[in-house]
Write a protein that binds this ligand. Sequence first.
Ligand SMILES: [Zn+2]
Length: 374
Amino acid sequence: MGFSFDISARDGRARTGVISTPRGEIRTPAFMPVGTAATVKAMMPESVRETGADILLGNTYHLMLRPTAERIADLGGLHRFMNWDRPILTDSGGFQVMSLASLRKLTEEGVQFSSHIDGSRHMLTPERSMEIQRLLGSDIVMAFDECPALPADRAAIDASMQLSMRWAQRSRDAFGDRPGHALFGIQQGGLEPDLRARSAEALRAIGFDGYAIGGLAVGEGQEAMFGVLEYAPGQLPEDKPRYLMGVGKPDDIVGAVQRGVDMFDCVLPSRSGRTGQGWTARGPVNLRNARHRDDPRPLEEGCPCPACRNYSRAYLHHVIKSDEIIGAMLLTWHNLAYYQRLMQGLRDAISAGRLELFAARFHEDRAQGDIGLI
Ligand SMILES: [Zn+2]
């Protein structure tokens, strides 16, 4: 069985469908929780699945340094290692090496860098990134690219995009023919429509199983990002999944789905779960705030997650203020469950041809703000 993408319904530019892989189906639009170091922090993999996630993201940069891709391969691959038998997408390491590693040296060949853990020297190239992602057993492999920080001048973005396209070809060549595994190319070009078009053209000529829109969510702001999403998804093949990397906040996701994006990943729901922030239909709630101290109501009425079913806002406030581990566990669970409910809502709305109404209600609910004091 191979890798395929079937679109079952469209509404405007939005689409809903299913990506089929030998390890299971991924319903789109899809949100992928981030399992950086072979774990979605504070969650058991079974619990991640219970929130409705079909696929996880793993980070090449972190895993190559610790415990190393070779060790994970010897232990049966990432799925077995972390006890997640469904699809896994791995990033290429390109973005994180630029944001986390030190003493970086970028050449045509790749990036040489020092580990942020112990200072050891490593080299990431398109070929090495493909090898690491194969050793991990990743189902969806990302091409190795360079993501320039914004703002950057046009000449720098152009040169970086062209380097990424040469690396995309090398990634394709090194990936080879692996039935059941997919390789995604990554469009670059910053906020420049013609550079994005040239990048898309180069990627289409190489040919990939899916296409990511890279180089966004790097500090440009929602308005600029939506500006790119007005045209970038349409530059990519219509019949392949489109993945917006590193996005985002719930309203970013809704707007991007309306503009034709199928896949997302972000640390936000899990990371904010560890800092006392709960995401609800009425926007983010800071559980550290003393207003919750005596509140017997759940974080979000009607949410089926354990945090909302079995605990009060007062309890969540208490365990978060006391730095108890269960605080991070419960809030992460709730946040991931909220994100997956949002994705299910988007999929249902697209299927029913009422995405605009869904989006209008989404914004109305958020505009109300959190429930008032009792
Ligand atoms: Zn909940």
